[in-house]
Design a protein around this ligand. Sequence first.
Ligand code: MN
Length: 129
Amino acid sequence: MKILIVEDNEDNLKLFKVIVESGGHATILARDGEEAVETAKREIPDLILMDIKMPKMNGINAAKILKSEQSTAKIPIIALTAYAMIEEKEKLGGEWFDGYIAKPVGVKDILKVIDEITQQKGERYDTTA
Ligand code: MN
């Protein structure tokens, strides 16, 4: 899959890139919400991993825009957020996200979510039969 990773912390961004690529996936990177929206519209990734707290535009607003536009509405968006905030999904714009991964993020957390999304996509969009 082609996976867009959105994260303003450069160390986290590099870490997530290594983890996703270790699963055999291609990565595209963005460092704030505005860049995420532009890049997603241009590249139409299979999945977006989205940080919440970012400069220019936060992850909630970026997800809201992407879910509201026809060309990007079906792309699954997984929020990457501090563990404590997982309990407050409503405040996190829960309706715009397809899932959550708590930070600090483990290798298995990311690869598990990617596997789940891949299986869902397979069921919904399988054209190989
Ligand atoms: Mn951040």
